[in-house]
Design a protein around this ligand. Sequence first.
Ligand code: 5MM
Length: 343
Amino acid sequence: MNLIELNKIAVAMAAPGKGILAADESSGTIKKRFDSIGVESTEDNRRDYREMLFRTDEAMRESISGVILFDETIRQNAADGTPLVQLIKDAGSIPGIKVDKGAKDLAGAPGEKVTEGLDGLRERLNEYYELGARFAKWRAVIDINGADIPSGYCIATNVHALARYAALCQEANIVPIVEPEVLMDGDHDIDRCYDVTEFTLKSLFDELYAQDVALEGTVLKPNMVISGKKSENRAGVSEVAEKTVRCFRAAVPAALPSIVFLSGGQSDEEATAHLNAMNAEYADKMPWALSFSYGRALQAAPLQAWSGKPENVAAAQAAFAHRAKMNGLATTGEWSDGLEKAA
Ligand code: 5MM
């Protein structure tokens, strides 16, 4: 493991003004996204869509530090034959790869999931490094929408797998993004999310320590501390920012360089406003850089604008460039509602 190199990449992933584009939708998820715009999920359509994003020069150069790819995409070429990985590198961005095999039913725990994909991971990581990946991602899913969940068993098995994955990544000189996502589904209040997120993060960092994962070469991709989607009294922006920062100060060691949030089903603007509030109000109270690794909150607008039509490419790229820029501003607390509307 070259920790100096891993640390450089982990720092670059949340450089001021920049964050990550999560474009690692697995086949089922990208099909759902394409269904929503009436486009068939063929290999060529997936290539065209992602190529369009990676060729959005302004966004990629100025606001996107790295891109998380799916296995198919890291091997794919653009329409002119250029490897998609090369387009990302040419824009000065870092290619990354999703290596988990998805969340599967957890034995003996109805309604709960454990993420699989450890078998053969060492070999897959070595291949992904050769293909250009310098960071990887593994997502664990913690559902709190139900009686008696999450169980300690669900959290323990998921953080154990996250740590095993992270250790293997570092051995292969790939920065692990560890993503323990406490889902927004449900009508719970923000304090319930706070408690489960704190417990999950503390369990995760215990396990990373137990398995000798170097935090200096690791990136955390967490949920924000936020009310459930169906909560009657959803917390406002300042409360989300205050409780998220308080929770992380209690649970996340200072040795970790970068935290990049998932959007988790928040609206585009909510995800930007929350990140902005944390950086605007608490920058001097946080030892880590706080940035984004959004999937839906970066892609919903360009996906809609594109709708599978070549004549819409410029409009879709403009929509992507706008969201990337707004989120880039949020990493330094410089975003405002006025800037959002001025575009
Ligand atoms: C882009 O979506 C990612 C892939 O999900 P599937 O494996 O289900 O296809 C997902 O892991 C994503 O990286 C994170 O959930 C963050 O994305 P959001 O949309 O929550 O910002």
